[in-house]
Design a protein. Structure first.
Length: 119
């Protein structure tokens, strides 16, 4: 069984920074794309940033220039560095990893970590 565990969320003032981490464990043969998604109250889950196994990245327009996604393949970990945080970044952030277990290739999700931007 594969598990994703996120960490790094919390309460931060506008303009502040946070760094989210998401580590996968279990039977993992390889990991393809990794990504971060978020869901604010009353809104649908949206993609924030994704990164391919080779390191190619994509960002939502709303976070370009402020957020940076990165990965450490040796540690099965994806990171999201969030700078210049705004009120509208408040949401539950979920990581996603596309993992090959040897038996299947599936998307796995973390449990979510709350990010609250407030003064």
């Amino acid at each position: 069984q594969v598990q994703l565990v996120e960490s790094g969320g919390g309460l931060v003032q506008p303009g502040g920074s946070l760094r989210l981490s998401c580590v996968a464990s279990g039977r993992i043969l390889s990991i393809n794309a990794m990504g971060w998604y978020r869901q604010a109250p009353g809104k649908e889950r949206e993609s924030v940033a994704t990164i391919s196994r080779g390191g190619s990245t994509n960002y939502a327009d709303s976070v370009k220039g402020r957020f940076t996604i990165s990965r450490d393949n040796a540690k099965n970990t994806v990171y999201l560095q969030m700078n210049s945080l705004k009120y509208e970044d408040t949401a539950v952030y979920y990581c996603n990893q596309n993992i090959h277990t040897g038996w299947s290739l599936s998307d796995y999700w973390g449990q979510g970590t709350q990010v609250t931007v407030s003064s």
